[in-house]
Design a protein around this ligand. Structure first.
Ligand SMILES: Nc1ncnc2c1ncn2[C@@H]1O[C@H](COP(=O)(O)OP(=O)(O)OP(=O)(O)O)[C@@H](O)[C@H]1O
Ligand SMILES: O=P(O)(O)OC[C@H]1O[C@H](OP(=O)(O)OP(=O)(O)O)[C@H](O)[C@@H]1O
Ligand SMILES: [Mg+2]
Length: 279
């Protein structure tokens, strides 16, 4: 049995559960279930607080987990990142009252509030800056207005929460984060199976199939627009001199690619979702 730590609430929980569901694993029946045994797939899920997941995996109590890269690094755990899972993308940044700070060097001697104090301490130490860390659990953006800190280091996605508190980012991003699969090296066979399934879910989530027909004389131009994941599938058509082409393309690029294919003479361009994939 592969023991998998999964976030039980917060920003990561819903999409992590969705990915595991798409990967064919048994989910929990309600939000109160803490352990789910999926005997058919030889895995056991442990629903834990996102912040604790790296600790459980790093200690060897559980084999693998899904958490945020920022949470992993802040935990100081020995668990390692296996791969990014392409959701809960954010940056981790310093922010302060508009105009007050220009770069991280300006943080010397000031109070910095954060929920990720280890991450911030390590970053400051690397840059030779000494500051006072104020550890808060959340809603860190309120700390400056409320007078407990001069600056913050926090998760930024759209920046709306910062702006609403009159704060703006400064300095280089400390980290670029996303949800990640983590491991401690235990049960490599189980990890490999889980990873292959999650990779398949990511392909099905991020790519679509594009089919079109084109005159063979224009094939090179069309392939130049979309080369496919490995290579385009080209099949002869009944119509003399014409071929049917199938390629995988990134879902985000679909419409630009359709426009460009149309411009070089492709017809009957059809886009289909991928239900599942194993590449
Ligand atoms: N607005 C956001 N956009 C993208 N990722 C986010 C966002 N907020 C938090 N995260 C990511 O979610 C993870 C934190 O998960 P956690 O469940 O602790 O946070 P949360 O959603 O803030 O929950 P809580 O309400 O308990 O603080 C981190 O990896 C963080 O980068
Ligand atoms: O850049 P934005 O799009 O505004 O998103 C970033 C905010 O989202 C998260 O907050 P969350 O709602 O999880 O509350 P918390 O601060 O209590 O964790 C994060 O901690 C930031 O505060
Ligand atoms: Mg939060």
């Amino acid at each position: 049995m592969l023991k998998i730590a999964v976030p039980n609430k917060g920003s990561l929980a819903e999409t992590a559960a969705w990915m595991l569901d798409e990967a064919g694993y048994r989910g929990r029946r309600d939000g109160k279930e803490l352990i789910v045994v999926d005997a058919r797939n030889e895995v056991e899920f442990f629903f834990l607080r996102p912040r604790d997941i790296a600790t459980y995996v790093g200690s060897g109590a559980l084999d693998v987990g899904i958490t945020g890269r920022d949470l992993l690094l802040d935990s100081g755990s020995d668990a390692v990142e296996v791969e990014g899972l392409g959701f809960a993308r954010s940056t981790f940044r310093f922010a302060g009252p508009a105009g007050r700070f220009q770069s991280a060097a300006d943080l010397q001697g000031v109070r910095i509030a954060s929920s990720y104090t280890l991450l911030v301490e390590q970053h400051l130490a690397q840059h030779g800056i000494t500051a006072e860390l104020v550890r808060l659990d959340g809603a860190v953006e309120s700390s400056v207005r409320l007078g407990v800190a001069d600056a913050v280091a926090d998760v930024v996605e759209t920046g709306a929460t910062l702006r609403a508190q009159g704060l703006e980012v400064f300095g280089e991003p400390i980290l670029t984060s996303e949800a990640v699969l983590i491991s401690n090296g235990q049960n490599p066979a189980g990890l490999s199976r889980l990873k292959r399934r999650l990779d398949g879910v990511m392909v099905a989530r991020d790519y679509v199939l594009v089919d079109y027909d084109i005159d063979r004389s224009r094939l090179d131009a069309a392939i130049g627009i979309a080369r496919g994941f490995e290579s385009a599938t080209v099949s002869p058509l009944q119509r003399e001199g014409w071929v049917a082409v199938r390629v995988m393309v990134r879902r985000d690029d679909t419409n630009q690619i359709m426009d460009a294919l149309d411009d070089v003479g492709a017809t009957a361009i059809i886009v289909s979702r991928i239900h599942a994939a194993r590449l």
